[in-house]
Design a protein around this ligand. Sequence first.
Ligand SMILES: Nc1ncnc2c1ncn2[C@@H]1O[C@H](COP(=O)(O)OP(=O)(O)OP(=O)(O)O)[C@@H](O)[C@H]1O
Ligand SMILES: [Mg+2]
Length: 333
Amino acid sequence: MKIALTYNLKKKDKSKPDDYFSEYDSESTINAIIGALKSKGYKVDAIDVEYPKLFSYFRKNSVDMVFNIAEGQSGKFRESEVPAILDYLNIPYTGSDTFSLALALNKTITKKILKAENIPTPAFQLFSKSNEELDPALRFPLIVKPNCEGSAKGINNASVVNNKEDLFKRIKETVNMYKQEALVEEFIEGKELTVGILENGKTRVLPILEIDFSTCKNSGEYFYSWRMKEFQGNKDLGLVPTFYCPARLDKETESFVQDVALKTHRAVGCLDISRTDIRLDKNNVPYVLEINPLPGLDPNESNFPIMAYAAGMKYEDLIEAIVLSASERKGLN
Ligand SMILES: Nc1ncnc2c1ncn2[C@@H]1O[C@H](COP(=O)(O)OP(=O)(O)OP(=O)(O)O)[C@@H](O)[C@H]1O
Ligand SMILES: [Mg+2]
């Protein structure tokens, strides 16, 4: 079976903002996926998805499956760019489809679906300019986030605000910087959890990962901010969170949290793989922040592989499971 791996490579470009390439994948992740696929007997071509490379590749080559981790080039539907092209060319690909990728990238519309499904998500309001009225039902502290970004882009300590003045200042900065609407949510104090779902024959909810930031006090960071994600593991900066997998939860809470993640995966229509980010408040309510249909797959750094390892899988098994799940859907095996 021949597989094309489609990805966007992280680059160094001093003329761009610091977080410009944060969503893209490193060479080591790409090499790890290629190595895993080859070790399972697949033939692999790897394509950095830049126009017009993707088109020329598929004009000249035919493949059985695309392993897609491309985050896309620009705009609020960017994660759907490659799947949309593959749909048009009738080429099967791993992971969520064009529609679900665009949906999950839009945090507000996803939250509206979660609410309709009775899945807890923090109370929120969407702002397009900075002079709208704040919904009086929302309680400070609030957090301001770009509505359609990932990798915690635009999220740092100044995103958490305690009064209207700071709120509207931050909304203005976010809208100007990211050229999109700002999502304002109640800030949920509590445990940071993330839950991986992997479909392969049956749907598997992986052991919950708890990320504890209390070991990062000296860094000044206290949640999964952009700096925390970008420099995670850097001891000099003090950005060394502690991972617990499975999370330190009682059995009842654990199964409730896993159920909420599975419901989220299904409500958004994710396929093969997803990672749902959750904050568990002091009353054990698991508030879903968002779902990631293209979770990071760095074998040493990313959250998803940590959960797969805790389930007893090797990195190669995780990568193969994604291919097998997509192949089964397309009737290829
Ligand atoms: N309402 C909230 N309450 C408490 N913490 C929050 C809230 N929203 C975001 N955070 C913190 O900010 C982090 C990043 O937020 P979120 O997951 O929404 O952004 P993202 O950019 O989509 O992340 P990812 O890197 O997973 O793609 C969360 O993991 C959490 O630590
Ligand atoms: Mg997240």
